[in-house]
Write a protein that binds this ligand. Sequence first.
Ligand SMILES: [Zn+2]
Length: 407
Amino acid sequence: MSLSILNRNNKSILLDNIGNLVTANANSVKTIKNTSILIENGKIASIGKGYSDNLINCKGKMVTSGFIDSHTHPVFYNKRDKEYAMRLSGLSYEEIAKKGGGIVSSVEGVRKSSKSQLIEKVKERMDLFIANGTTTIEAKSGYGLDTESELKSLEVIDKVNKAHQIDMIPTFMGAHAFPKEFESKRADYIKIICNEMIPAVANQKIAIFNDVFCEEGYFSVEESRLILETGKKYGLKARIHADEFSNSGAAVLASEIDAFSADHLMAVSNEGISKLRDSKVVATLLPGTTFFLGKDTYAPARKLIDAGISVALATDFNPGSSHIQSMPFIITLACLYMGMTVEEAYQSATFNGAKALGLEKDVGSIEIGKKADLIIWQLDSLLDIPYYVSNHPIRKVIKNGNIVFEA
Ligand SMILES: [Zn+2]
């Protein structure tokens, strides 16, 4: 794998001899055959016409948008491979959490690590996202769970974002879990989130979103509402981990507070679905988590799509419940286990992911004026993505008009 930036000094590139150009918008997926894309100054300048000395021959293969991974937890230090082994030997995620595993076990790693140690880890992970065709990710804090370590995590995201070609959209997630020291003083931790963490995050301007794990055993609907409304007062936009293990009413809350996204939704109720339908909230589904945990409770994608709700797909990349960074593999899972068509899955992994982050005007589709964030595949058509299951030959990844990955 080579990771280089070859085009930094060139203002234009022509991607020529594209067999299938595939792009999604809010309503559909379009394929244009035998075409070209002209990139100028990092943006898409024209499609099917134009000239540049700087040619890339796509050899009749497919070109798509770069993927938008709208839900990731990349700021952790240690892997949780031993916990994975415990799970393989029969213990459930919940049982492992009771034994001191789970989110809380990543907290120690982040608290003890220096900023530069974390930066190194996160950069490596961003390289792998790019190699899998992801050009924009949402990145959450949430393994610090005290003011200092949450700020440190967001500063790590900020530093990596500035140094790396990938675009990272930062989310503050102090409400990821209750830290051990506050297990019996929940109200005190919520006060720290609202009175200390959120003001400090807003003051440093290092997050765009505020996320809460709204679930039985984590944050209740009323606690989540308070944290998300406090965030909104400080300019942080809301998103929610909603109805993952049980129906807690979190999807309803998402619609009531105008969240950008309600994520997971494996246990969403019919009431939740009808509230989402009447709102602008994107339903972000994370089939990698169900797969990685060896479960079969996939989110009801068909029900959500048939209700007219915008569905996004993301990896939920994290050390405990989804150590997956490949959006093409997530598309495979969505098609195999959630009844999504390959076009729906592609739209969910690109345009709708951008929508879940409020970025659909800049990224998520191949349109004139948008960022030139593109994948040149060694595959012929969209159907090849689920057909190749987990092995997806990507020839080049282009971000802001620069080649950032070459096979
Ligand atoms: Zn998550």
